[in-house]
Design a protein around this ligand. Structure first.
Ligand code: MN
Length: 246
């Protein structure tokens, strides 16, 4: 059975299943969201651990990628080991878009760990030292139009990231064709938001594991440094792709 047939079979046998169309396709989806299924594998970081020094230190990157992201993948696979085969055939994105269809006994584990893997697979691709760079092209225009200016956008996203209570993420998302700043608690992903799909364009991980070794409790310093490691080419690509499916 091909994956497409498997998905169709899920839809037919479960009746209530509504598999949303893939909203993020190909490379842009993040390694694990591009169609791979259970058992999931940890995506490659794609650059050396020290590539983001001095803004994000090598030890943080190594632990963050290998141990934290690694644990999300491992725990997702553990949860899915007990799941019906039809659920095991779902991609990360499909799992996150259909959390209400996941069996009760594994729903929380899938939400946390599929979300954790999806968010981090995106995050690794979003990071690249930019030497103070800014977006250009359509994304830059849309940011100016939505927020007034790049610096107003920076202030607003920084503020959301800094003030977010506890562990979570601050995001720039495309929602119904518009850019918006939003936050999610824990490892919830914007793609799972009920009623309105939100496609991540930029995301700041503000879990302490993302910054504590270098910045300790000084989250605002980490958020400020973060602007030096956003891969604006990748964000712009995401924006262009998201517009096509929004
Ligand atoms: Mn993290």
């Amino acid at each position: 059975m091909t994956r497409r047939e498997a998905i169709k079979a899920v839809a037919l046998t479960a009746g209530a299943f509504t598999i949303a169309p893939s909203i993020l396709r190909g490379e842009n989806a993040g390694a694990n969201a591009s169609g791979s299924v259970y058992p999931f594998k940890l995506s490659e970081l794609g650059y050396p651990f020290d590539a983001l020094e001095p803004y994000i230190d090598a030890q943080t990157m190594q632990i963050h990628h290998d141990k934290h992201n690694g644990a999300y993948v491992e725990n997702l696979n553990k949860a899915l080991a007990q799941a019906p085969e039809a659920i095991q055939k779902m991609s990360l994105e499909e799992l996150l878009l259909n959390l209400d269809k996941i069996p009760d006994n594994i729903r929380t584990a899938v939400r946390n760990n599929a979300g954790g893997d999806y968010n981090h697979s995106f995050f690794w691709k979003l990071l690249k030292k930019n030497e103070g760079g800014k977006p250009d092209g359509e994304l830059a225009k849309a940011i100016d139009k939505t927020f007034g200016s790049f610096s107003a956008f920076q202030d607003k996203l920084s503020d959301s990231a800094t003030k977010l209570f506890g562990s979570g993420w601050a995001w720039l998302v495309l929602s119904a064709g518009n850019l918006e700043i939003t936050t999610t608690p824990n490892q919830d992903s914007p793609v799972s938001k009920p009623n309105q799909k939100q496609i991540p364009i930029v995301g700041i991980d503000v879990w302490e594991h993302a910054y504590y070794l270098k910045y300790q409790n000084r989250r605002p310093e980490y958020v400020k440094a973060f602007w030096n490691v956003i891969n604006w080419d990748y964000a712009a690509e995401r924006y262009t792709d998201a517009l096509k499916t929004s």
